[in-house]
Design a protein around this ligand. Structure first.
Ligand code: 5GP
Ligand code: ZN
Length: 131
């Protein structure tokens, strides 16, 4: 099964209309977002459907389906995700006023992409996000 986040992380995203693949570009695009942060454990990029002026996804480089698949040895990975979120919040200048870190889990948790990720949401909320 194709995982969109694995494809973004690996730097290639299939382009259905052309049947080819595109590399992660410097500027980024919808199908190939700009990578805001990357290290051995996680990769961060902007959500394709932002609900606020800052809406970044911090995604594990390893495919983990959800929180339900985490093991005790992943504790430092999860802690690292939070610390990267903190760093990105400071960079986005939303740290002081505050932000949300959200990890949706499973269908009833609102998870739509089954590859572990944390939403960093701050700044001005989109109107529809308040409805
Ligand atoms: P979830 O609902 O699983 O917690 O969050 C998945 C998020 O991934 C959604 O907010 C959705 O907008 C975002 N998303 C889905 N597909 C893509 C994509 O191809 N690129 C980017 N940048 N974000 C995506
Ligand atoms: Zn994946």
């Amino acid at each position: 099964m194709v995982c969109i986040f694995c494809e973004i992380i690996s730097g290639v995203v299939p382009v259905p209309t052309r049947g080819g693949v595109v590399p992660v570009s410097a500027r980024g695009s919808k199908s190939s977002p700009q990578i805001l942060y990357r290290d051995d454990l996680v990769t961060a990029f902007r959500d394709i459907h932002p609900i606020a002026s800052t809406h970044i996804l911090i995604v594990t480089n390893r495919h983990i389906g959800s929180v339900n698949e985490l093991e005790p040895e992943d504790a430092s990975l999860v802690g690292h995700m939070v610390l990267v979120a903190k760093q990105l919040a400071a960079q986005a200048r939303i740290a002081e006023r505050g932000y949300r870190l959200i990890v949706n889990t499973g269908a009833h948790g609102g998870q739509t992409v089954f590859h572990l990720h944390m939403h960093l949401i701050g700044g001005k909320l989109a109107r529809y996000a308040l409805e």
